[in-house]
Design a binder for this molecule. Sequence first.
Ligand code: MG
Length: 171
Amino acid sequence: MISNKIQDAINAQINAEFWSAYLYLSMSMHFESEGRTGIANWFKIQFQEEQAHAQIFINYLNQRGGRVTLMPIDAVPTSWQSPLDAFKATLEHEQKVTAMINALFSLAESENDYATRDRLSWFVSEQVEEEDNARQLIDKFSLIGDNGMGLYMLDQELGSRVYNAPAALNE
Ligand code: MG
């Protein structure tokens, strides 16, 4: 059985992952309405990834005989000044998520819950990737600035992103 303390913390993390999903779906809808379909596609895949993150925690809590409690999802922003602005907000958000995952990891260690710590290791690596992705896109959009051809080409590039379900979903 899992301790109540860890169970509550994982339930809070499930809510945070769904909030992330909601944030990226909102970004996707914003750019869709602006005719930036490639950026909209990138954020829609990000939305799917966040749902997978929530599902991984849900599966894990069930496997440990815990109880998943779904809580209300807070409102998310609905518009951004520019793609650069949205990717800066993405990086800022992912840095907060990294801090949450790290705090959860510390909690698992202090509670001697090694199974939870192991499950969290996947998320620790995933956060490195999330922050790196956002940083790379901030660099690209900063470099391009207002160049129309550059923006068109980067939108095309982001339009080619496809969703790959993380292997951790089936563990
Ligand atoms: Mg996540």
